[in-house]
Design a protein around this ligand. Structure first.
Ligand code: HXC
Length: 514
């Protein structure tokens, strides 16, 4: 073969392999409102930056007439490129090839990429559009997923791992994302379940649509399995770029700082907390009034919204924010909000992102449902993750900080480096009504006018304890500051903590209350 013919042959092979399941299948993919997998990579990455690996991989399965089937690229496109100018590793499953199902060679393409990501310290993005383990390959496809899960775990806390769900994803195609740091879903397109509706019908005799079983809303609002919701794929890719702009490439780096910008003038921190201590407000307004350019990238916005977590910048540096949300359930900690906060704290700690905690909560949510759902175990995750975190930890107590909630929300006692309180702070074992009813019970019930006595005792308690000064007298907080001083106090503290090093006792790993 002449050189020219060899080159022509190469182009012909390349063009066939890149066509995936062929034109008809690609048209079907588009008709479902989904972008073809190569378009997804092109839109997500910086222009012309994608470098593909393993285009000519071929499956080895001979059962079920599979030897007669060409599965181009084995149903997954893998390679490297850049986003915001920074290197990334990316794979995108191709639903037009055997439903994006994962056979052994498909898995090997992904694990090769994961090994690169881990060794080279580069974030990994997986675009999942797959029916899970390829049924025809039997245990070989299970082996493939096992090898992926193993690497997801090795990479956890070393490089950021991002999963995008862009199709009906079952089995391993959702368990690998569950091991990664952030899961992105798109309205009407994303479906996640361990087993699809057909299996459910066979096994349980129940009929359910894919959307109701595991659509984008289910996983961003009910299960908490997904972290970001987008209306379409384009918005989803923009969200990923924004998220990556806040993150370091790996756990040995710090996120790149950008030009500092003051918050926008329309957010006035002095005017957010209502004068009536029982009235709610939106903690996100406080965040926007303190951090750079009033930008806030909220994580898991639609789930457990009694706590707010996400990324912002303080004088150009990425920080992770955890704040109670008085608008929802008065900002209590419960099973789900504890899980949400604890996981976010551990992510920030792994990737050298300082934590800023904004406190306003009446405590942990009481009640049979919560107790039976394991609020003790789940709530303990917040205690564990804050105590374990060695990144700079800055805490502001805005209003209520009662009981276990006071301790849990990054108090000095869990290792906060700086704790500030606003003059509106109320730091006590519990709210005044509950406290007065217990400690003054005899006086209230023995009184000729119990209601009046209760009111007096509540007032007495408020005057004595519903303020920041008892904590200040005991050194549990560092300073009482005006709300308008908050940004400056945080910037000052963050600068002081820039080289923080905290060495702990050696251990293989801790045993968090999973
Ligand atoms: C082989 C598969 C496949 C699979 C889909 N296909 N899933 N082939 N193995 N797992 C093929 C179909 O045969 C079909 O091929 C094409 O992909 C498109 O699938 P459809 O069913 O036509 O599409 P749709 O109606 O959109 O339904 C998508 C689906 C459904 C919900 C994903 O296909 C489904 O339920 N698949 C099985 C899901 C599953 O139970 N997977 C195993 C999980 S176990 P043709 O040739 O007709 O176009 C697992 C192990 C890991 O993953 C365990 C983790 C702990």
């Amino acid at each position: 073969m002449s050189i020219l013919s060899k080159i022509k042959d190469f182009f012909a092979r390349k063009s066939v392999a890149k066509a995936g399941g062929g034109e008809k299948a690609i048209e079907k993919q588009k008709a479902m409102g989904k972008l073809p997998c190569r378009d997804r990579i092109e839109i997500l990455l910086d222009k012309n930056s994608f470098f593909e690996y393993d285009l000519f991989i071929a499956h080895k399965c001979t059962d079920f007439n599979m030897d007669k089937k060409q599965l181009y690229a084995d149903g997954v496109v893998t390679g490297t490129g850049t986003i915001n100018g920074n290197p990334i590793c990316v794979f995108a499953q191709d639903f037009t090839v055997a439903g994006g199902s994962l056979g052994l060679m498909h898995a090997r393409k992904i694990t090769k990429l994961m090994d690169h990501s881990l060794k080279l310290g580069v974030p990994l993005i997986g675009i999942n559009d797959s029916g899970g383990a390829r049924i025809q390959e039997g245990v070989n496809s299970l082996a493939g997923y096992g090898e992926i899960f193993f690497r997801n775990t090795l990479a956890s806390g070393v490089v950021p791992q991002i999963s995008v769900i862009l199709g009906p994803c079952a089995g391993g195609a959702v368990y690998s994302p569950a091991l990664t740091d952030f899961v992105f879903v798109v309205d009407k397109i994303s479906k996640m379940f361990i087993t699809g509706p057909e299996v459910i019908k066979t096994v349980l005799g129940e009929e359910i649509s894919m959307e109701d079983l595991g659509g984008a809303s289910v996983h961003t609002e009910i299960s908490g399995n997904a972290h970001f919701f987008a209306k379409d794929e384009y918005e989803c890719f923009e969200q990923i770029k924004t998220l990556l702009s806040y993150l370091p490439q790996s756990n040995t780096k710090k996120a790149k700082a950008i030009e500092p910008r003051p918050p926008k003038v329309n957010f006035d921190v002095e005017k957010i907390i209502p004068s009536d201590a029982k009235k709610p407000y939106d903690i996100r307004d406080v965040i926007r009034s303190i951090f750079d350019n009033s930008d806030f990238l909220e994580v898991q916005e639609r789930w457990a919204s009694n706590i707010v977590v996400g990324f912002a910048r303080l004088h150009g540096e990425t920080v992770g924010i955890v704040g109670n949300q008085p608008l929802v359930l008065a900002g209590v900690l419960d099973v789900d909000s504890s899980d949400k906060a604890a996981r976010f704290i551990r992510f920030c700690d792994s990737f050298n992102i300082p934590l800023v905690t904004l406190v306003d909560l009446p405590g942990y949510l009481p009640g049979v449902d919560q107790e039976h759902a394991g609020v003790i175990r789940h709530g303990a995750k917040v205690l564990y993750s804050y105590s374990e975190a060695t990144v700079p930890k800055l805490t502001i107590i805005l209003r209520k900080a009662y009981g276990g909630g006071y301790i849990a929300m990054c108090s000095r006692h869990l290792g906060a480096d700086f704790v500030f309180a606003w003059p509106t702070a109320e730091i006590a074992v519990m709210g005044p009504e509950g406290a007065a009813n217990i400690i003054f019970r005899a006086e209230i019930t023995g009184s000729s006018n119990p209601d009046e006595t209760r009111k007096q005792k509540v007032q007495e308690y408020i005057e004595k304890f519903s303020n920041p000064y008892v904590a200040a007298e005991n050194g549990h907080i560092d300073a009482v500051i005006e709300p308008s001083e908050t940004r400056a106090a945080l910037i000052h503290s963050l600068r002081l903590a820039a080289n923080k090093k905290e060495v702990r006792q050696f251990k293989k790993h801790g045993i968090p209350p999973f």
